[in-house]
Structures are given as C-alpha cells and as structure tokens.
Design a protein around this ligand. Structure first.
Ligand SMILES: Nc1nc2c(ncn2[C@@H]2O[C@H](COP(=O)(O)OP(=O)(O)OP(=O)(O)O)[C@@H](O)[C@H]2O)c(=O)[nH]1
Ligand SMILES: [Mg+2]
Length: 397
C-alpha cells in the first residue's frame, strides 16, 4: 500500500518516456491516415478517368476487367486503412506502407497504359500524378528504384507494342512518349531526393531542438557545480510533495543541511578547494540517500535532495515523519564526518549541521522551510555537527 501510494505520487521516468513515445506514435498514425485520405482522392480521380476513357472506347479492356480493377483498388485502399486503424502497420518495417502502395499503383498504371491507344499520352499524366504521392514519403533511393521500374515497365510495353505490330503507325511517337515519360520520372526522382534531403534536415533539426530543450531544462533545474537539483527544481519537488500530501494524504518531511564553518575552508584553502568540498559533500549525501538499492531511498521512502543555496542543501523525504527524517539526517552527518574531504590542498575536515521539520496538513511551503531553517539555526547554536528539530530550537532559545 505504501509503495502504491508512492507510485501515485511520482510516476517513474520510464512511464513518462513510454507515454511520450505513445503520444508521438499516435501523432505519426494521424499523419499516415491523412496521407492515406489524400492518396484515396488520387485513386478516385484516376479511377474516374479510367472508367471515362473505357466508356469512350479508348481502353481495350472488357467491362469485367474494369470492374475487377475497381474492386481491387477498393480492397487495397480498405486494407491499407484497416492496417493503420488497427495498428497492424506498426509491426511492419515501413509503417506508412508507401512503397507497397506505389508498387500497386505502378502495376495498375502500367496495365491501363498497356491497354490504351490514343489516350496513352493523357493517361501517362495520371501515372505521374500517382507517383507524386511518393514524393513526401519515400527515401531518395526507393523513389529512384520506383522511377526506374516505371520507365522500364513503359519501355517493355512500348517494345511489346512495336514487336507485336500494334500501333505500328505511331512508333516514333511512342518512343518519344517513352523518352519524355522517363525524363519526367527521373526528374521527379531527383526532386524526390531533394525533398527527402530536406525532410532529413528538418527531422535532424527537430531532434536537435528537442535535445537542446532537454539540455536547457536540465541546466535550468540543476546546479552546475554539484549537478544536483537546484533551488527552482527543489521548490517544484516540494510543491509536488505538498500536492501529494493534500490529495493522497502522504505526508513528508524536509531536512536542511549546511556545512559548518565553510567560510574558513574558503579563507584557508581558497575558493577552488571550497568547491571541491561542496562537490564531494554532494556526492556523499547523494550516495547516502540512495541506500543500498540505488533507488533514492530513505527508510522506505523515495528522497529528493538538491542544492538549495550556497552551501545549503535540502532533502525532501516523502512518507517520512519527523523521527524518520531525524534518523536520515543523522546518517548523512555521520557519513560527512566519517572521513576528511580529499582536495588539491590535501585532506580537509568539515562537518555539517541539519534542521528537520515535518510538513503539517495544510501548511504552506514558506512556513515549512522557515521551521526547517529555525531548526538548522538551533543545530548551529547548539554546537554544530548535529541534527535539530524546531523543538530543539525552542529548547535552545
Ligand atoms: N567555494 C565556494 N564557496 C561558497 C559557494 N557558495 C557559498 N560559498 C561560501 O560559503 C560561505 C558561507 O559562510 P557563512 O554563511 O558565514 O557560514 P559558515 O562559515 O559555513 O558558518 P556556519 O554555517 O555558521 O557554520 C561563504 O564564505 C560563501 O562565500 C560556492 O559555490 N563555492
Ligand atoms: Mg555554513
């Protein structure tokens, strides 16, 4: 029960990353559905033109063949729609299914063109229109392969027409058609590779921007010297702990640490050595908070600790009462005094004091922090290198 409540209070980073991935995948699926709708519109136009050409006697095919073609197109479109809707496409190497879609379009287009006579030049334009669909979805290499396939396919049709004596009167025209079609296809492959380059650049920039955003967020929330959460982040974490206390009844305590006579360390050894002591102090309290299982545990609770100010550190201990917080703080101080800090100026002895306070229901953060601060002051006035609570402070006064 205790663990479950902690999960509620602070969803793990893994779950947040998974949620992020799911949101991104959903957005991609929406784009795929939109592109499928656009493609379906292209198919509709191509089908209407094909049926119209057939009704005018410009296609050498039977009614059954036309109906079969239309049914096939419909089935493929519905299948494509279903695979995106059900998420089946996500199991495939290319979830957008652009290449299979275009291969199908190429097969259909070549078949219609092979059955056309005078209407062939016009129908070739339709073929180009269908190929445009791949411009935004295919990699440059795939697009070039598709263009070569289309040129080769049309070349075979032309060669077959010539060898079989069909359209014998217009051989030059057919060859010219093929050359122009090939030129257009290759030109589109070139444009496709350019667009693909632009897309890659855009993706890379988005990625860089997202990384930069993450880096900025990290910098704005962490202290440069110790890499610990800074005051701003600690305040956010305190607000979360307060919210959790309000909503789920999970109380928390805070422990404020301050190095003793740290000014002397700076004055005696210099600011650089002072920085080294601060860094090592941060490492020690971090390790100490982690406990044995590397899960940031204090007694059974998850703890946050960060640099609250110059040489002042704050630990937030969820689900921990005053006595538990005192014990945790004692352990920290024990670890700090256990051995000197190893610095460029040699070993430096430095202790710390701590003031702890337990959050009271409905209490503001200002009030909680000022109670912890008063307790810290009491620890200092009572001789330093010790833990104090607010009541210790009263005793001292
Ligand atoms: N090296 C270094 N020193 C810092 C940093 N931030 C604050 N300080 C120093 O910390 C010292 C704090 O001094 P005081 O507030 O007088 O406290 P103290 O000497 O630790 O004495 P008590 O806390 O009362 O035991 C000052 O000398 C600050 O310059 C920092 O990032 N690096
Ligand atoms: Mg100090």
């Amino acid at each position: 029960m205790r663990r479950e409540r902690q999960q509620l209070a602070r969803p793990s980073e893994k779950a947040a990353a998974e949620q992020d991935r799911v949101t991104r995948e959903r957005a991609r699926q929406r784009i795929r559905r939109r592109r499928l709708g656009l493609g379906a519109l292209g198919w509709l136009v191509a089908s209407i033109v094909t049926v119209f050409s057939w009704s005018m006697g410009l296609l050498d095919v039977s009614l059954n063949a036309v109906i079969t073609m239309l049914i096939l197109i419909l089935v493929v479109q519905l299948g494509h729609y279903w695979s995106i809707r059900s998420g089946f496409n996500l199991r495939l190497a290319d979830p957008s299914l652009t290449m299979p879609h275009l291969l199908f379009a190429a097969a259909m287009g070549l078949w219609v063109i092979s059955r056309a006579s005078e209407a062939r030049p016009v129908l070739l334009l339709l073929y180009v229109m269908v190929m445009l669909y791949g411009l935004f979805g295919l990699k440059a290499r795939d697009y070039l392969a598709l263009a070569i396939l289309a040129c080769g396919g049309l070349g075979m049709i032309v060669a077959w027409d010539i060898s079989s004596g069909r359209h014998a009167s217009g051989i030059q025209l057919m060859v010219l058609e093929w050359i122009i079609f090939s030129a257009v296809m290759l030109w589109m492959a070139f444009i496709g590779s350019y667009v693909s380059g632009l897309r890659d650049n855009l993706r890379q920039r988005n990625q860089d921007l997202a990384n930069l955003g993450r880096r900025m967020k990290h910098l704005s929330e962490h202290d440069e010297l110790t890499q610990m959460p800074n005051r701003r982040r600690l305040i956010e974490q305190l607000e979360q702990a307060q919210d959790s206390a309000h909503r789920h009844g999970i109380g928390f305590s805070v422990a404020m640490f301050d190095l003793d006579h740290f000014k002397q360390v700076n004055d005696t050894h210099g600011h650089g050595v002072g920085d080294e002591v601060l860094e090592q102090f941060a490492d020690r309290v971090r390790q100490c908070m982690r406990g044995h299982d590397q899960a940031h545990q204090v007694d059974e609770s998850m703890a946050d600790i960060g640099r609250f100010g110059g040489e002042e550190f704050l630990a937030i201990l969820p689900d921990t009462d005053l006595a538990g917080a005192e014990r945790a703080a004692e352990r920290q101080l024990e670890r700090v005094r256990s051995e000197p800090f190893s610095t460029a100026a040699g070993p430096v002895n430095c202790t710390a004091s701590a003031g702890v306070a337990e959050h009271r229901a409905g209490e503001s953060l200002e009030s909680l922090l000022s109670r912890a601060d008063r307790a810290l002051y009491a620890a200092k006035t009572n001789g330093r290198d010790r833990v104090a609570t607010e009541s210790t402070g009263n005793d001292a006064e």
